[in-house]
Design a binder for this molecule. Structure first.
Ligand code: KG4
Ligand code: ZN
Length: 347
């Protein structure tokens, strides 16, 4: 009888935006704990994330969140094999809190430190809790979040090549801004999705900006402006009419906007799949929680006999389990970071 190798336990920390998160994951797959302290209530009245407030809240929450993750996982520091942190991209003063905490723990516990790219980690959400074979490569990986909308050619988990990205707003940002125009609560994605359920996605023909014929870049600011024009009149001189609109009108705008975003995301993914002859599509990021997007992507994948991997909804938005999962691949490859690690705003 062979004795199974001891599982590798990684403690990961995530503070790139407005969630303070820590998780313990075994062998990059099995979540032992995943604690997320959301700051949504703190940023709600500003309609977006305020970096200074986010940073202060991270400072307050980081140690209790790490402690809870360790307790829920039932592990001691001695059992942890490495400490990982998302050190880029994100709000520098928010990332700084997680990076400092991770460096301190790695130093105090004498464990290796692993630096993880937050965007790349989003794809790991789709791999978590999966049993069996690794993904069929090559894959196209799409991240759709509040800060990023990017397509990658995934040659392997650690080898992601950027194919295209947004030239203005990210998809999630467009959801948040359109929700603000429609006076729907923050964060906008879930509010738009909820309103859209009773709306007609064909009610208003909002533009689908596809840029050049072969372009894999995205642009959502024209769509956002089209919604604004629709609500305020073409000359933008009128009042924002949303306060006097019926619920049905709001629902129709939400559904039509959502349909336009989904169409663009599917079309760009289709182009990327054709370009790299992908067999798998990986999708991560907060907007991947959107049911209309999930359904459209599933239909597209089925039509091309492609393997679609989207994270379970609860793992689409920011969490530290995805960071621990990607860190495990780096651990296995011996890719460690020095204690001089710094946060980086860009990717
Ligand atoms: O990945 P995430 O938690 O943070 C970033 O890394 O940016 O994504 C947050 C974004 C927000 O813009 C939010 O409105 C959007 O994801 N989002 C959604 C949904 N749930 C969250 N967008 C559309 N539909 C949803 N159900
Ligand atoms: Zn994110």
């Amino acid at each position: 009888m062979t004795v199974p190798d001891k599982e590798t336990l990684i403690l990961a920390i995530e503070t790139s935006c407005d969630e303070t998160a820590a998780a313990v994951v075994a062998d990059g797959r099995t979540i032992k704990s995943s604690v997320v302290a959301s700051q949504v209530d703190l940023h709600e009245r500003f309609g977006g994330v305020v970096p200074e407030i986010a940073s202060r809240a991270h400072v307050e929450k980081i140690l209790p969140v790490v402690q809870e993750a360790m307790e829920q996982a039932g592990v001691t520091p001695a059992q942890i094999d490495a400490v990982a942190v998302a050190n880029q991209p994100g709000l520098t003063i928010a990332l700084m809190v997680g990076v400092t905490a991770a460096k301190t723990l790695a130093w105090a516990w004498q464990k290796p430190l692993i630096a993880v790219n937050h965007i790349h980690a989003h794809f790991q959400s789709a791999m978590l809790q999966q049993q069996g074979d690794d993904i069929r490569l090559p894959a196209v990986a799409l991240v759709v979040s509040g800060g990023h909308t990017s397509l990658y050619d995934a040659q392997s988990t650690l080898d992601l090549r950027l194919l295209g990205k947004t030239i203005d707003d990210a998809a999630g940002e467009a959801f948040d801004k359109v929700a603000a125009i429609l006076n729907l609560p923050y964060p906008g994605g879930p509010s738009i999705e909820k309103a859209a359920r009773s709306g007609n996605p064909k009610a208003i023909a909002f533009p689908r900006t596809l840029l050049d014929k072969d372009s894999l870049d995205f642009s959502f600011s024209g769509l956002k402006t089209a919604v604004l024009y629709h609500c305020q009149g073409q000359d933008m001189k009128g009042q924002n009419r949303t306060a006097t609109m019926t619920e049905q009108e709001i629902a129709d705008i939400a559904a039509s906007f959502q349909a336009a975003v989904v169409d663009v995301l599917v079309e760009k993914t289709r182009r990327a799949v054709a370009k790299v002859r992908a067999r798998t599509i990986l999708i991560g990021g907060g907007v991947a929680a959107n049911t209309a997007l999930r359904t459209a992507m599933q239909n597209f994948a089925d039509s091309g006999k492609l393997n679609l991997m989207i994270a379970p909804k609860r793992l689409c938005t920011d969490n530290a389990a995805m960071v621990a999962s990607l860190a495990w691949y780096k651990y296995t490859a011996g890719q460690f970071a020095p204690l001089s690690l710094e946060p980086k705003a860009t990717s």
